[in-house]
Design a binder for this molecule. Structure first.
Ligand code: MN
Length: 139
């Protein structure tokens, strides 16, 4: 059973590279080119992980992460920010916005898939303070 990854990225070359590397490793890739499209795809496609470019048109990656985290159905999905080396402040802000972690651009084809897989194995709920067995959950 293939794991589904949503890639939200506006730059065609980066999108192509990430999609190519992930599909070569057996993942199903859903792509979106801006935040609005990405949030809609997250709701309909139910990805197992979201790769989120921080520098997006219209809505920043940080805004997208905050919006995704307010959706109860998506609150547990790992979100991995893809940040530029030139923008170090992006990382802290990405984590503050609800991202599980971050990867650095440029994408390194030798390590990219392994890093993504590492984030997929984490349970993001473990990092939250909420106790186990909280009420009001719906399946
Ligand atoms: Mn971008």
């Amino acid at each position: 059973m293939g794991r589904r990854i949503l890639v939200i990225e506006d730059q065609e070359q980066n999108l192509y590279l990430m999609k190519y590397l992930l599909e070569a490793s057996g993942y199903d890739v859903v792509q979106a080119r801006d935040g609005k499209e990405g949030i809609a795809a997250a709701r309909t496609e139910r990805p197992d992980l979201i790769l989120l470019d921080i520098q997006l048109p219209t809505m920043s990656g940080h805004e997208v992460a905050r919006a995704l985290r307010t959706d109860p159905g998506l609150s547990a999905v790992p979100i991995v920010a893809v940040t530029s080396y030139a923008m170090p402040g992006d990382r802290e802000e990405a984590v503050d916005a609800g991202c599980t972690g971050y990867l650095e651009k440029p994408i390194d084809p030798d390590t990219f898939v392994a890093e993504v897989a590492g984030y997929m194995q984490q349970d993001p709920r473990r990092s939250e303070a909420a106790p186990a067995g909280h009420e009001g959950e719906t399946e």
